[in-house]
Design a protein around this ligand. Structure first.
Ligand code: F6P
Length: 558
C-alpha cells in the first residue's frame, strides 16, 4: 500500500486544529476541573449536560468536562469527518477495510423494506422467528421433541450478546424453557450441564459465524456424542446451526441452519440468527421490539445533530477521557441484576473493536486507543472494588445504569406483600446508585472526617490519623444512563447506543473498529502446541513454553 496515500479523506485526529485546542484546554482547565465547583458556577449544569435519546436518558454532567470541552470535541468530530463516516457505515460502505466488508448490523434491525439487503434480512428473520415460535408452542410438553432445555453453544460474539439479553429479559422468558450457555473449550462447562438434560427434550443451538471456532466445535462434538449415547437419533431436530457457513455446518452434521452474512461482525451479531436463543426465550414479539428499540437508536444516531446526538457525545467523551484526561479504564456498574452480563458483553464490544495500535492505513498510532472496560452489577461491586474507586490512586470514571421500574418474572402471581417487599428493595438499589455517584463527586473533606472521627479517637490512634483514612477526595467522574424499564425495546436501544458510541471513538482514532486480528496469533500457536501436549515434542519452542509442555506431558521435572 502506498504510505503517502491515506485510505481516509480526513486528517488523523492528532493532526487537527481541534486536537491541539483540546490539548491546550486540557492543560489550562481540564485537569484542574473540579466537579463541585462546576456545579456551583453553573446552576444549570445538570440540565445542560443531560440528554434524552430513544429509551435512554443520559446525565453526562458528572464527567470531567465543561461546555468549552464539548465545543472543542464537536469541532474535532467535524474535522475528523464523523458525520460522513457515520453515513458511510450506515450506507454499507466497506468500512472494515482489512476484511473488505461492510459493517451493516443496522440493516438487521431496519423495518421491512427500508434498509440494505432488506429482503434477505427479513426472509431469514421471519424464518427464524417462526421456528422459535414453533418450539415455544410445545415447550415443556411430554412428547418426544417437545423442548424443555435449550443449550446455546458459541463463544465471543456468538455467545455474549444472546447470553446477556436472555438474562436481561428474564421477565419475558418462556416459563417452560430453561436456557443454558456453553462457551469455554474447558469441558467442565458442558460436562456440568449434560447430566441435568434429557436428550429428547433438549435443543442444541450451535452458533458460529465461521463454523471453524475450536471451542464451539469441540463443545458441539461433545454434545452430539452425549446425544447419541442417550439414544437420540434425530440430529436435524435437536441440533440447529446459526452461521454464515451453512455448507460447513452441514458437513459437520448440522443441517438445520439459520444464516446471516459476512457483513455482520461477530460482536454485532445478536440481531441476526445468532439471536435465536433470544427469540426462543422471549418470543417473536419481544424480539421484534428489541430490534425496533435498536432501530430507534440508529435513527437518532443518523439524524440528531452532533451536539444532541448521544452516541456521538459519548464516543467523543470517551476520547476526551482517554486521550486528554489520561484515564486508562472505565467501570460499568449496572444497578440491575438482570444486566449482570452487560460488562462482559461490553468488554468484547469495546476492547475487541478499539484495542488497536495502527490506523486504517496500517500506520502506528502515537496516541492511546481503547481503555480497559470492566465492571460488576451494583450493589455487589460496592462490596468489592468501590473502595478503590473512592479512595484509590487512580481515577476511574464509573458508568451507572439505572432502571426506574423493575420487571420481575412471575410478578402476576405475587402477593401484594411480596411485591411491596421487592418494591422496597428496588428503592434501596436506586438509592445506593445515587449515593455512590454522589460520594464519588462530593467526597468528604478532612474537616468533615475530623469532626466525625473525634468520638472514636484513642491515645494510640489520634483523630487526625483516623480522619485521614476517612477523607474522600471526591471530584471523581461518573455518567448515569437511565431507562424507564428494562424492556426488550429499551435493551435494544441501550446496546445500539454502545455499538455506535464505540464506532465513534474508533472513527476519531482512525482505526478499523470491525476487525480483530489480535485474536489470531494465539489461535494459530494453539494449533501448533496442541499435538505437542500429546507428543511432548518441544523442538523449536521458547524455553518457558518448552518447560511447561514438559511438565504437562509428564516428561519434565515435577
Ligand atoms: O475471538 C475472536 C472471534 O473471532 C470473535 O470476534 C467472534 O465473535 C468469536 O471469535 C466467535 O467466532 P465464531 O462466531 O466464528 O465462532
Amino acid at each position: 500500500m502506498n504510505r503517502d496515500a491515506p485510505m481516509t479523506a480526513w486528517p488523523r485526529c492528532d493532526r487537527t486544529v481541534a486536537w491541539s485546542a483540546l490539548q491546550g484546554h486540557a492543560e489550562a482547565h481540564g485537569r484542574a476541573l473540579d466537579l463541585r465547583q462546576l456545579f456551583t458556577d453553573d446552576p444549570q449544569r445538570a440540565q445542560r449536560l443531560s440528554l434524552q435519546a430513544p429509551e435512554v436518558w443520559a446525565d453526562l454532567s458528572r464527567a470531567h468536562w465543561d461546555v468549552a470541552t464539548r465545543r472543542h470535541l464537536l469541532d474535532l468530530a467535524r474535522e475528523c469527518g464523523l458525520e460522513a463516516r457515520r453515513d458511510a457505515l450506515l450506507r454499507g460502505d466497506i468500512v472494515n477495510v482489512t476484511e473488505g466488508r461492510a459493517a451493516l448490523h443496522t440493516a438487521l434491525r431496519a423495518p421491512k423494506g427500508t434498509g440494505p439487503f432488506s429482503e434477505a434480512v427479513h426472509a431469514e428473520l421471519d424464518r427464524m422467528l417462526a421456528f422459535a415460535e414453533s418450539i415455544r408452542a410445545r415447550a415443556g410438553g411430554d412428547q418426544p421433541g417437545d423442548i424443555h432445555d435449550i443449550v446455546h453453544i458459541g463463544i465471543g460474539g456468538s455467545d455474549l450478546g444472546p447470553q446477556m439479553v436472555v438474562a436481561a429479559l428474564g421477565a419475558w422468558v418462556h416459563p417452560q424453557l430453561r436456557l443454558h450457555f456453553v462457551s469455554n473449550v474447558d469441558g467442565q462447562d458442558i460436562a456440568a450441564l449434560l447430566p441435568r438434560l434429557k436428550a429428547q427434550h433438549t435443543l442444541f443451538v450451535v452458533a458460529s459465524k465461521t463454523f471453524t471456532t475450536q471451542e464451539t466445535l469441540a463443545n458441539a462434538r461433545t454434545a452430539r456424542q452425549w446425544f447419541t449415547e442417550q439414544g437420540g437419533t434425530d440430529i436435524a431436530r435437536h441440533f440447529v446451526g446459526t452461521t454464515t457457513q451453512v455448507q460447513t455446518a452441514a458437513a459437520f452434521g448440522v443441517t438445520t441452519t439459520f444464516g446471516f452474512w459476512d457483513w455482520v461482525g461477530g460482536r454485532f451479531s445478536m440481531w441476526s440468527a445468532i439471536g435465536l436463543p433470544i427469540a426462543l426465550a422471549v418470543g417473536e414479539e419481544a424480539f421484534r421490539q428489541m430490534l425496533a428499540g435498536a432501530h430507534a437508536m440508529d435513527r437518532h444516531f443518523a439524524d440528531a445533530p452532533l451536539g444532541a446526538n448521544l452516541p456521538m457525545l459519548l464516543g467523543l467523551l470517551d476520547v476526551w477521557q482517554r486521550n486528554f484526561m489520561g484515564y486508562r479504564s472505565r467501570c460499568v456498574a449496572p444497578y440491575s441484576q438482570n444486566l449482570h452480563r452487560l460488562p462482559a458483553y461490553l468488554q468484547q464490544l469495546v476492547m475487541e473493536s478499539n484495542g488497536k495500535g495502527v490506523d486504517v492505513d496500517g500506520q502506528p498510532l502515537p496516541y492511546a486507543t481503547s481503555d480497559v472496560l470492566w465492571g460488576e452489577p451494583g450493589t455487589n461491586g460496592q462490596h468489592a472494588f468501590f473502595q478503590m474507586l473512592h479512595q484509590g490512586s487512580d481515577v476511574v470514571p464509573v458508568e451507572f445504569i439505572l432502571v426506574r421500574q423493575p420487571s420481575y418474572r412471575g410478578a402476576e402471581a405475587m402477593s401484594p406483600e411480596l411485591r411491596a417487599s421487592l418494591a422496597q428493595q428496588h428503592q434501596a438499589l436506586l438509592a445506593n446508585a445515587l449515593a455512590q455517584a454522589q460520594a464519588l463527586m462530593c467526597g468528604k473533606t478532612f474537616a468533615q472526617a475530623l469532626a466525625e472521627a473525634a468520638p472514636t479517637a484513642s491515645p494510640e490512634v489520634p483523630c487526625e490519623v483516623i480522619a485521614r483514612h476517612r477523607t474522600f477526595p471526591g471530584n471523581r467522574p461518573s455518567l448515569t444512563l437511565l431507562l424507564d424499564r428494562l424492556t426488550p425495546s429499551a435493551l435494544g436501544a441501550l446496546v445500539a447506543l454502545h455499538e455506535h458510541r464505540t464506532f465513534v471513538s474508533g472513527a476519531v482514532w482512525g482505526i478499523n473498529s470491525f476487525d480483530q486480528w489480535g485474536v489470531e496469533l494465539g489461535k494459530a500457536l494453539c494449533q501448533d502446541l496442541l499435538p505437542r501436549l500429546d507428543s511432548g515434542d518441544v523442538a523449536g519452542l521458547d524455553a518457558a513454553t518448552a518447560q511447561l509442555i514438559a511438565r504437562l506431558h509428564g516428561t519434565g521435572t515435577p
